[in-house]
Structure formats: C-alpha cells, structure tokens
Design a protein around this ligand. Structure first.
Ligand SMILES: *Cc1c(COP(=O)(O)O)cnc(C)c1O
Length: 233
C-alpha cells in the first residue's frame, strides 16, 4: 500500500476539516473542544497513512490487529500514544504491551492479569480501559452491570484503569446510539479515569454530546479499508 504525496495531503486535509467539525459540534453542546482527543484508527491502512496523521498533529493512533500493528508501526516514529482497540488474545498480549501505551479493550480479568504480568516483566507501563457493551449482539466487552466490579478487580491487582471504551450499536436509530453512549458515560463517571473512548466515523457527534473524551476515527480520515483476510489477524 503506497501513499502518494497527494494522498498524504488528502489525509491531512481531512484531519484539519474533521477537527474543525469536531470543535463546532463540541461548542454546540457546550463543551470545550480541547477536552476531546482524536484517535486516528489506522487499521487496514499503511505506515505512510500513519505518518500522514502524525504530520497533521494527531497524537493518538489506534490499531486493532496485533500482527498488522507490529509490521506497520515498526516503520513509524514513536511519537504520541498508541492505543490497541481490538479483541485481546492471551497469546498476543506480551507483544501488545511492548508496542502500545494503552490497551482499550480489556473485558475480562484474565487478560488484565496477563497485561500486568507482561508489563512487569518488560518494565513498560501501560494503561487500560474497560471495554463495556450495552448490546447483547456485541461479541466483546463486559456488560454494564459487571463493569464496575471488573474495574475494581483490575485496580486491585495493580493495573492503571483510566476509563471506559465502548463501540456504539450498529443501527441507524440515533436515539438508540445516544442512549448507549449515555450509559457508557454514566459508567465512566462511576469508574473514573481520564478517558471515555466513544465515537467512530458514523456516530462521533452523538458521542461528543454524551461526553466522549476520545473519538476513534478511521474511515472518515483514511477512506474505506481494504477488507483484510483472516490470515493477518
Ligand atoms: C475500526 C474501529 C474504529 C474506527 O471505525 P471507523 O468507522 O472506520 O471510524 C473505531 N473503534 C474500533 C474499536 C474499531 O475497531
């Protein structure tokens, strides 16, 4: 995947425009735009796309697949913060701790324990978010009712739990999306931390209204992703 100078400029222009839109929406709901971070989700895109985002001043990069991230981020300067936002497999955790600053997708105690162990062995500190789901159709995430207990267990073992991550429901019903984000926000105020990671390309406006402090945006910046084969998972 080659990114031409023209494509780099396109990515930078979309980030500038998106930032402006985010600021407008934030102000329209009485929020300070400076309290909302933009995490550029680069899965399915090249190292050159990551560099373009960094060039545009993006400080947070999100990746979903361990192997893809290892190959790609090796070619990218270590600046800002790297967030792992994909499903966690126990056997990949050591590598993820070496590469990422924040692991946003912690939804069970066992992966928390593996992260803590890898972090102690490598001397690298990582922070984690509790991934919550309010939708029974979501495969990953801990239920809203069990999330506070999970956060407490993770903290008790010694992990730095910095907030909540949620993926909005796959629906066109804006009310349902809003309600789901509001539930994540209530949970965030209960669990505490600095990061409420909600909002993607299709639902970031609702996420800002609900209190998001980090939007995870891929498609609206980089365009549609090339469909990945199961082999690179
Ligand atoms: C892919 C992904 C995103 C970005 O989604 P877009 O719709 O492309 O903006 C955000 N969060 C998670 C967890 C993802 O897997």
């Amino acid at each position: 995947m080659i990114v031409s100078a023209e494509e780099t400029e396109g990515i930078i222009a979309r980030i500038v425009a998106l930032r402006r839109e985010i600021a407008d929406v934030a102000r329209s709901v009485g929020r300070d735009p400076a309290t909302i971070r933009l995490c550029a989700v680069t899965k399915g895109h090249s190292a050159a796309a990551v560099r373009a985002a960094l060039q545009a001043g993006v400080e947070d990069i999100g990746e979903s697949y361990a192997q893809e991230a290892h190959e790609k981020l090796a070619d990218v300067p270590v600046v800002g913060r790297r967030h792992f936002i994909g499903h966690l497999q126990r056997n990949k955790i050591r590598g993820l701790v070496a590469l990422f600053d924040t692991i946003q997708s912690v939804d069970r105690v066992e992966v928390g324990r593996a992260i803590l162990q890898a972090s102690r062995e490598s001397g690298r500190s990582v922070s984690v978010l509790v991934q919550v789901t309010s939708s029974p159709t979501e495969r990953f995430g801990v239920g809203v009712d069990r999330a506070p207990m999970l956060a407490e267990e993770l903290r008790t073992m010694g992990l730095h739990v910095d907030g909540v991550m949620a993926i909005g429901p796959l629906t066109q019903d804006r009310g349902e999306i809003r309600r789901s984000f509001e539930e994540a926000a209530r949970l965030f105020s209960h669990i505490g931390g600095t990061t409420l990671s909600i909002g993607m390309s299709g639902d970031w406006r609702e996420a800002i209204a609900a209190g998001s402090t980090m939007l995870r945006i891929g498609t609206a910046i980089f365009g549609t992703r090339v469909k990945r084969s199961a082999a690179v998972e």
